[in-house]
Write a protein that binds this ligand. Sequence first.
Ligand code: ADP
Length: 332
Amino acid sequence: MIELRDVSKVYRQGRREVTALDGVSLRVAPGEVFGVLGHSGAGKSTLIRCVNLLERPTAGEVRVEGRDMLALGPRELRQARQGIGMIFQHFNLFSSQTVAGNIAYPLAIAGWPPGRIRERVEELLALVGLSDKAQAYPAQLSGGQKQRVGIARALAPRPRVLLSDEATSALDPETTRSVLGLLRNINRQLGLTILLITHQLEVLKEICRSAAVLERGRVVEQGKVIDLLALPGTRLNALCYAPFVAGAWPLRPGGRLVRLSIAGDTAAQPVLAVLARRFGVDATLLEGMLERVGGVPVGRLLVELTGTPEALELALSHLREQRYSPELVAYA
Ligand code: ADP
């Protein structure tokens, strides 16, 4: 649905050059929620603005629904943008217009007749749960309600792609969850493809199926969120489970400090009981985190394993075979 190939963007400020994007390639499948995670200054805003050509890349290719965006003339580009909605961190609503007026705006620009605009606005107000606020002004709304208006306005011309530029960054955690819930419903109900940028790992875990991590204008990893979280050694895995510190536990003689990754099927096994029964290896739980991401259990456990050296070797190779990706952190 969206494809960036080797996209670079260099800003020129007088004689100084800033490389905001450096050979970025990514693919967003139809109907998917795709997140780009990165710190401030990583190039996220530039990346998302290159999709609808609010910024023109210095090099590379941008395709949306197979269309080569950089080859479009001004009129075709305006038309292509009708299929790409966008929402913003600070909502960008017109303060002098009512909620209904804000939502109607892109339809009026696109030349819809007034009767159809009224119908569509009512439909959208119901979709975002603001039917009673049609005549309110943005200043009378909470942050979450303003973003709902932003979403309704973006969806008005029935786009097939929604770009979200840090849409929940200005909201408190509870409002963030409710706005993300709305985006998830819209994605499911309308089959809308969503590309979002965020600096919040929670946003990826909450609604994204796939993600890319952006660092200094480069994509350093990309894949399914659940896979990236589960795989030891990825940025997402490290970010999520960083609090684990080796060396804080005095080990028993012969003890091994082992980190286990849990994801999907592995969570359904009574793994500690198997270690004890089959291998005669005892496990002491030291730290752990287990949660559901997209309905799939994922997490990590830090355990101390004790037993004879032979039993420990067999137990570790069993854990490897069963895809617990055991990492030996320390041994006594
Ligand atoms: P993020 O959204 O991840 O914070 P940005 O895409 O806004 O990152 O910025 C990436 C880099 O490009 C930063 O170093 C920023 O200062 C620079 N940059 C962004 N926009 C411009 C611009 N219009 N002119 C010059 N430099 C810019």
